[in-house]
Design a protein around this ligand. Structure first.
Ligand SMILES: Nc1ncnc2c1ncn2[C@@H]1O[C@H](COP(=O)(O)OP(=O)(O)OP(=O)(O)O)[C@@H](O)[C@H]1O
Length: 893
C-alpha cells in the first residue's frame, strides 16, 4: 500500500510550498529592430498594398550593389635612398712621391749611401700607398684596416655593400654624372624636385666631384650642360626657363650660422628666419656660358682656407639650386609643366682635429662643420629608425642646423635625393673612411617617397616646405567627399524616382545613372548660370542707380547754370543800357559814368532781393529812352514842383537830361539857390549816391557846350535837404554834379537857360517812387547856375522836364534836417558821405512818415505845392503829431 501511495505521490505534483519566490528580472530579449518589423508586417496590413507602393522601401540592396569607384592606389614607388661611393685616387700621393723623387738632385754625390734609405722610404711609401679600400664590385667595397690596427686587433676587414654604385679611383667625372646625376636630371626635367649631396672627410674630393675643374668639370657644370642640351632637344624655343642660385652657410665665429648669397651683389648676407632664407638672388640663365660664369663667380666667393688636409678646404656648406620654370604648355604632354628644383649640396668635410691640426678660427670652423655633418647624419639615422618603427616618431634633428632645416623635406624622406660619399683610399685615411662608411651605409635602407606630384610647384627662396602639397592633399579628398555625398543623395533620389518610373513603365530600359548624371550636370550649370546672372543683375542695378543720381546732379547743375547765365545776361543788358544812356546823355562823360553804373548795378542786385523794390528797379532794365520817359511821368506825378521857366532861350535842341532815380527813396532834397548861368557850365559830374540828401542842379546857362551833362541826383529815402535861395547866374554855371546814388537824397537839375548848346545833358537824379519834397523858392537865373551839391544822396533819378515854351528851372528844395544838422554841414562842405543803405522796411516807413508833416501847419504851405500835398494838408490831432515826432526822432529822420 505504501508503495501505491508513494507512486501516487510521485506522480502527483508536489504540494505548493508555503513561500513562493518570484523572479523579478527575467532574462531580457532583444527587441526586434524597426526594419525587421517593417520587413515583416502583420498579415492584416499586407492588404493595403497601395500604401506600400506610394512609400517605397529604402533601396538598401541597390545601394549596396552600386560599385563605388575606388581611388586608384598610388603607385608608390618607394625607392631606397641611393648612395654612391667615390674613391679618391691615391694618385696625388704617387705624384708627391715621384715629385719628391724627381726633385732630388740627380747629380748628388754620393748616391750609394742613400740607396738604403731610399729603399726604406720607398717601402714606407708603398705601405702608405696601400689602399685601405678595395673595390669588390660596382656596388660593394672592402675596407681593410692598416697592418698596425690589424695587429692590435682593434679592427678587422669589413665589406660594405649595397651602394648604388661605387666609383673607383680612376673613374671620370662623366661616369659619376652619368650614373648618379642623370636619373635625377631626367626627373628634374619632368618637373620633379631632387637633391644631391656630397659627404665625406676633408680633402676626399667632394668639391672636386661637385664643381670639378675647368678640365674636369664636376656635377654642376655637367648638369647645366645637359639641362640646356635637353631643353633644346625636347622643344627648341622652349617655354621653360632656368634660374640659378648659389649660397653658402657658414658659422660666425662659431656662434651662429649665417647664409651668404654667392651670386648677390654688394652685401650678400641673407636673412634667415627659422627655416626661411630670404633675399636669395636667383639669376636667370639662358645659356651654358652664362651659367658657367656664374658658377665660377660663386666658387670665387666661397669661403675656403688651407688646412693640413686640403690646401683649399671648403669652410662652408654650399648649396646650388637650379630651377626650371615653365611658362607655357608643353608640346608633348599638352599640359603646363611644373616648376622643379634641382639642389646640389657640397658639404664641408668633417675634420678630425688630430689630423687637421686646426687651431683658432680654423678649429671653430671645424667644429661648425663637424656639427653640421653630425646633424645631417642624425637626421638620416632618425629617418631610418622612423621608417623601421613608425610608432617612435620622427626625431626632429633637422632643427639643429640651418642646412638640415633647409633640406628638411629631403631629410624626412618626402623627396627624392641621392648621396655621394667620397673617401680617400689611403691607409692613413682608414679611420675617416671607416667612420663614414659605418655611418652612411645604413642610409641605403632609407626609403623615400617618390610619389611627389609632378605638377606641384615648389616655392623658391624659401625652405622647401611646400604648403601647396598640403592644400592639394587636403582639398582633394574634401571635394571628392562632398561630391560623393551629393552624388549619393542624388542617386538615391533618382533611384527612387526610377523605381517609380520602372513600375509605371517597365519597358523603359534606359540607363538611369547616365541620365541622372547628365541631369545633374545640367542642373549644376543652370544653378551656376542663374547665380551668375543674379550677380550681374545686381551690379547693373547698382550702376543704374548711380547713373540716375549722376543725371539728377547734371540736371540741377544745368538749371543753376541757366539761371546764372540769365542773370549774367540781364546784368550785361543793364550795363549796356546804362552805358548807352550815359553815352546818349553825356558823350563826353562816359568814363565817369562807368563807376556809377557799376554802383547802380550793384545796388540793383541788392534790391532784387525785395520783390517790392523790383518794380522800381525794373525800370533800369528798360531802354534808356523809355526809362527817361517813365521817370518823367513818375516825377510829374509825385513831385510837387514849381516850374521855373528857363529864361534863356538858347537852350539847344538835343539837350539831354539824365535822370537817375532811386527806387526806394521817399523824398527829394530840396535844392535852394539854383544859379543858372547862361555863359558857361563847368560840369564835373560827381555822383555821390546817398540816402539822405537830394540835390537839384539847375542849369540855366545859355552857353553850355554840347554834350555837357547835368546830373541831378536826388535821393528819396529821407527828407531832401533844402537848398535855400537858389541864385541863378546867367554868366557861368559851375556844375560839379556828384552823383551819390542812394535812397535818400535827390538832386534835380533844371536847365532854365535857353542858350544851352544842343546835346547838353541834364541829369536829374531823382527817386522814382519817392514823393517830392517841398520845393523852395525858385529864382530863375538866365545867366548863371550854381549847382549845389549834397554829398549824401543815395538814389538819384534824372528828372527831365521839357516845356514847349520855356524850360522851367526847378527849385531845389532841401528840407532842413533838424535831426542831422551836422550832415548837412558836411554836405555843404562838399565831403563825400558814407554810403548807407537802409533796409526796405525802414525805407517804406520813412516814406510814409515823410509824407506827413509833423508840424501839421495847414495854413503854412511851403512854396508852391502840388495837388497831392494840398490834399495831405489836413489837421491832425495832438496824439498823432506826438507819435509822428517820436517816430521821426527814433528813426533819426
Ligand atoms: N677624383 C679626383 N681626381 C683627381 N683629383 C681629385 C679627386 N678628388 C679630389 N681631388 C683633388 O684633391 C684635392 C682635394 O679635393 P677637394 O677639395 O675636392 O676635397 P674636399 O672633400 O672638398 O675637401 P674639403 O671638405 O676640405 O673642402 C683637390 O686638389 C682635388 O683636385
Amino acid at each position: 500500500m505504501k508503495t501505491m501511495e508513494d507512486l501516487q505521490r510521485s506522480l502527483s505534483p508536489p504540494p505548493c510550498p508555503s513561500t513562493v519566490t518570484v523572479r523579478r528580472n527575467p532574462p531580457r530579449k532583444a527587441r526586434a529592430t524597426p526594419y525587421t518589423t517593417a520587413a515583416k508586417p502583420p498579415a492584416a496590413s499586407l492588404g493595403s498594398s497601395a500604401n506600400t507602393h506610394q512609400v517605397p522601401s529604402f533601396p538598401i540592396d541597390e545601394i549596396l550593389s552600386i560599385q563605388i569607384p575606388q581611388p586608384e592606389p598610388k603607385s608608390s614607388v618607394s625607392e631606397s635612398l641611393k648612395i654612391y661611393l667615390r674613391i679618391k685616387p691615391l694618385k696625388t700621393f704617387t705624384k708627391a712621391t715621384t715629385t719628391t723623387a724627381r726633385s732630388r738632385p740627380r747629380n748628388v754625390w754620393p748616391q750609394n749611401p742613400s740607396k738604403k734609405t731610399n729603399l726604406e722610404n720607398a717601402k714606407k711609401n708603398q705601405k702608405s700607398e696601400e689602399a685601405c679600400i678595395t673595390l669588390n664590385d660596382p656596388y660593394s667595397v672592402t675596407l681593410t684596416p692598416p697592418q698596425a690596427l690589424q695587429e692590435l686587433k682593434r679592427s678587422k676587414t669589413e665589406v660594405y655593400e649595397g651602394f648604388s654604385h661605387v666609383f673607383p679611383a680612376d673613374c671620370s667625372q662623366n661616369d659619376v654624372y652619368g650614373k648618379m646625376v642623370q636619373p635625377l636630371l631626367e626627373d628634374f626635367m619632368k618637373g620633379k624636385n631632387g637633391m644631391l649631396a656630397a659627404l665625406g672627410p676633408s680633402g676626399s674630393g667632394k668639391t672636386h666631384t661637385v664643381f670639378g675643374t675647368p678640365k674636369n668639370p664636376g656635377i654642376v657644370p655637367l648638369t647645366l650642360r645637359q639641362v640646356f642640351k635637353k631643353s633644346d632637344e625636347s622643344s627648341p624655343g622652349s617655354l621653360r626657363s632656368f634660374y640659378l642660385s648659389v649660397f653658402e652657410i657658414c658659422s660666425e665665429r662659431g656662434k651662429g650660422e649665417k647664409a651668404y648669397d654667392l651670386l648677390g651683389d654688394g652685401s650678400s648676407e641673407l636673412s634667415v628666419q627659422q627655416s626661411t632664407i630670404r633675399g636669395l638672388k636667383e639669376v636667370p640663365i639662358k645659356n651654358l656660358e652664362e651659367a658657367e660664369s656664374l658658377i665660377g663667380q660663386a666658387m670665387l666667393k666661397r669661403a675656403t682656407a688651407t688646412t693640413n688636409s686640403n690646401s683649399q678646404s671648403s669652410r662652408s656648406q654650399c648649396i646650388i639650386n637650379i630651377r626650371a620654370a615653365s611658362e607655357g604648355v608643353s608640346n608633348e604632354t599638352k599640359m603646363q609643366s611644373a616648376d622643379a628644383m634641382l639642389t646640389i649640396v657640397d658639404l664641408a668635410g668633417a675634420e678630425r682635429e688630430k689630423r687637421t691640426g686646426n687651431q683658432g678660427e680654423r678649429l671653430v670652423e671645424s667644429n661648425f662643420i663637424n656639427n653640421t655633418s653630425m646633424v645631417f647624419g642624425q637626421c638620416l639615422r632618425s629617418l631610418l629608425e622612423f621608417q623601421k618603427n613608425r610608432k617612435k616618431g620622427l626625431q626632429k634633428h633637422h632643427q639643429n642646423s640651418l642646412l638640415t632645416r633647409y633640406l628638411r623635406d629631403y631629410l624626412e624622406g618626402k623627396k627624392r635625393m641621392a648621396l655621394i660619399l667620397t673617401v680617400k683610399a689611403g691607409a692613413e685615411d682608414y679611420l675617416d673612411t671607416s667612420y663614414l662608411l659605418k655611418q652612411a651605409s645604413p642610409y641605403m635602407k632609407i626609403k623615400f617617397d617618390n610619389t611627389e606630384e609632378i605638377c606641384n610647384k615648389r616655392q623658391l627662396k624659401t625652405f622647401p616646405r611646400v604648403e601647396k602639397n598640403k592644400k592639394v592633399k587636403l582639398s582633394a579628398p574634401k571635394t571628392s567627399q562632398i561630391e560623393e555625398i551629393v552624388v549619393g543623395k542624388r542617386n538615391q533620389v533618382s533611384q527612387e524616382v526610377n523605381l517609380k518610373e520602372k513600375k509605371a513603365d517597365p519597358t523603359d530600359i534606359s540607363s538611369p545613372t547616365v541620365e541622372h548624371v547628365a541631369q545633374d550636370n545640367t542642373e549644376r550649370e543652370h544653378i551656376i548660370m542663374r547665380n551668375f546672372a543674379k550677380v550681374l543683375w545686381n551690379v547693373l542695378k547698382q550702376y543704374n542707380e548711380k547713373l540716375k543720381v549722376a543725371e539728377g546732379d547734371i540736371c540741377s547743375l544745368k538749371e543753376s547754370l541757366r539761371s546764372e547765365q540769365l542773370k549774367s545776361r540781364e546784368l550785361e543788358t543793364e550795363l549796356i543800357s546804362l552805358k548807352s544812356s550815359c553815352l546818349f546823355s553825356k558823350p563826353n562823360l562816359v568814363e565817369p559814368c562807368i563807376p556809377e553804373v557799376e554802383a547802380l548795378v550793384h545796388a540793383k542786385e541788392q534790391f532784387e532781393v525785395d520783390p517790392s523794390l523790383a518794380n522800381a528797379i525794373s525800370t533800369v532794365d528798360d531802354d534808356p529812352c523809355n526809362l527817361i520817359e517813365s521817370r518823367r511821368e513818375a516825377s510829374a506825378e509825385k513831385f510837387n514842383e514849381s516850374a521855373s521857366p528857363l529864361p534863356n532861350k538858347n537852350v539847344l535842341r538835343g539837350l539831354g537830361y539824365e535822370e537817375n532815380s532811386c527806387a526806394e527813396e521817399k523824398s527829394c532834397a530840396k535844392q535852394g539857390d539854383p544859379t543858372p548861368s547862361p555863359e558857361r557850365v563847368d560840369a564835373e559830374p560827381k555822383r555821390e549816391v546817398s540816402a539822405e540828401v537830394c540835390n537839384e542842379s539847375h542849369v540855366p546857362k545859355e552857353n553850355v557846350g554840347p554834350g555837357l551833362g547835368y546830373e541831378e541826383i536826388s535821393c528819396a529815402a529821407h527828407k531832401c535837404a533844402k537848398q535855400g535861395d537858389p541864385t541863378p547866374s546867367p554868366e557861368r554855371v559851375e556844375a560839379e554834379p556828384k552823383r551819390e546814388v542812394s535812397g535818400e537824397g535827390c538832386i534835380e537839375t533844371h536847365v532854365p537857360n535857353e542858350n544851352v548848346v544842343p546835346g547838353l545833358g541834364y541829369e536829374e537824379i531823382s527817386c522814382a517812387e519817392q514823393k517830392c519834397a517841398k520845393q523852395g523858392d525858385l529864382t530863375p537865373s538866365p545867366g548863371h547856375v550854381e549847382v549845389s551839391e549834397k554829398p549824401q544822396v543815395k538814389i538819384a533819378e534824372t528828372h527831365v522836364q521839357e516845356k514847349s515854351e520855356a524850360t522851367e528851372v526847378r527849385e531845389i528844395e532841401t528840407a532842413p534836417r533838424e535831426a542831422e544838422p551836422a550832415s548837412t554841414k558836411k554836405q555843404r562842405n562838399g565831403q563825400k558821405p558814407k554810403r548807407r543803405l537802409q533796409p526796405a522796411s525802414s525805407v517804406l516807413l520813412t516814406r510814409e512818415i515823410n509824407t506827413l508833416e509833423i508840424e501839421d501847419d495847414i495854413a503854412e504851405p511851403k512854396g508852391t505845392r502840388g495837388g497831392k500835398k494840398t490834399t495831405v494838408a489836413q489837421p491832425r490831432s495832438q496824439g498823432s503829431v506826438t507819435l509822428l515826432r517820436l517816430l521821426t526822432n527814433n528813426l533819426h529822420l
